[in-house]
Design a protein around this ligand. Structure first.
Ligand code: PSV
Ligand code: MN
Length: 388
């Protein structure tokens, strides 16, 4: 039997980090659709994030993307976040949107370009110092499009050199999170294509380098929960970039395409101590929803993570372990499926009510009138968007 009050306590203390770029306009390479009321600067993005936190009670942290969230004074931005009941989370670096990076950033054959990329990453650590952020999140679009284009091993050497320099710059309590991606924008080789490559670099760097699992960055059919379990066992899981995919890196609302996969991932997290604060796993969203309203889509994603978490926490671990020890395949599978098939919405409604929140976060948000207010007030200026 699972202790429901412990499950409730765990749900109340869960923290989900939302991405600043999720509040801006986004689209595909075919079209970015503009929405009325979308923020025009990082301060307005934080104001929207505060609405998500107010409705859900579990989303007080916001990731920034540099240079998309460049401001004059990061201390002031952190203060603004604090005033809204938020804090600034991971600083996401961006070494993929400059013409200089056509042949790569930190793995570029040209040492001048590598220097420029490393300097950007070091600037991101300066920003972390000013915002009080714990995590530097690194994703490299570096790779090649054609066999023979560049020396694969030389690129690994350059990557390793760059990572070491940035790692050495980290301050006390700061971490480096290395994200991998199978393909896109490079189509033949990516320099960090998979968790094994990211893991090997992180092991070499040291304790404060850990891997980020973006759920959209694998080949179809990859067993992501295995990767999660393995990395937790090795104390190398730094966090998640949650989103959903049907085909490639679709960046849809997390839990929408395959809620069962999200449950399986979070079951491994729960079972292997990943919800303990001391383990330090960051539960971040990294999604760019294109056609639906921004703020309620993020609220929906937060709710989807909460529902999968609740189901994972409800797994009867004693029964599962007993079935596993005795080789009872059917019972073991049934224990997991019982938890997955539980309707946890009433439990989450109770948890919210106990926290003084509206049991229905979407209704809570709609009742604020914020959606109408930002459409009326945010007139003029340039809206924020992916890539801007
Ligand atoms: C790359 O596809 C990625 O997942 C990285 O996390 C980037 O920083 C983010 O997307 C930007 O949307
Ligand atoms: Mn990501």
């Amino acid at each position: 039997m699972t202790d429901v009050s412990a499950v409730k306590a765990a749900l109340k203390s869960q923290r989900i980090e939302t991405p600043s770029w999720g509040y801006g306009n986004s689209g595909t390479r075919f079209k970015v659709f503009a929405q009325p009321g979308v923020p025009r600067d990082p301060f307005e993005k934080l104001a929207d994030a505060a609405q998500v936190h107010a409705a859900t009670g579990v989303a007080p942290v916001v990731s920034l993307h540099i240079p998309w969230d460049r401001v004059e004074d990061y201390g002031k931005l952190a203060e603004h976040a604090g005033g809204l009941g938020l804090r600034l989370g991971a600083i996401n670096s961006n070494v993929f949107q400059d013409d200089d990076y056509k042949l790569g950033s930190v793995t570029n054959p040209d040492p001048k370009v590598r220097r420029k990329a490393i300097d950007h990453l070091l600037d991101c650590v300066d920003i972390m110092d000013a915002t009080g952020s714990r995590d530097l999140k690194l994703w490299f679009s570096d790779g090649t499009n054609y066999p023979g284009q560049d020396d694969v091993v030389a690129r690994q050497d350059r990557l390793s050199e760059a990572l070491s320099e940035v790692y050495a710059r980290l301050g006390t309590g700061q971490r480096m999170l290395l994200e991998y991606k199978l393909f896109e924008p490079a189509f033949y080789t990516m320099d960090v294509p998979d968790w094994g490559t990211a893991y090997a670099h992180c092991v070499k760097l040291g304790e404060r380098a850990q891997v980020v699992v973006d759920t959209g960055h694998h080949a179809p059919g990859t067993n992501i929960e295995f990767i999660v379990a393995f990395l937790l066992r090795e104390r190398k899981l730094g966090g998640f970039d949650f989103n959903s995919r049907f085909y490639a890196d679709d960046d849809l609302m997390v839990g929408s395409a395959d809620p069962f996969q999200l449950f399986r991932i979070l079951h491994e997290v729960a079972k292997n101590g990943g919800f303990d604060e001391a383990t330090g796993v960051a539960f971040m969203l990294d999604q760019c929803h294109n056609i639906e309203a921004k703020i309620p889509a993020i609220i929906r994603s937060v709710m989807n993570v909460q529902e999968a978490t609740a189901k994972a926490l409800l797994v009867d671990r004693a029964a599962l372990s007993a079935a596993q020890r005795t080789g009872n395949v059917l019972d073991a599978n049934a224990v997991l499926m019982d938890a997955y098939n539980t309707d946890v919405r009433p439990l989450l409604a109770e948890v919210r009510a106990e926290q003084g929140l509206n049991p229905d976060p979407i209704a809570a948000y709609r009742a604020t009138g914020w959606a109408e207010r930002i459409v009326a007030e945010r007139v003029g200026g340039e809206q924020a968007g992916w890539g801007a």
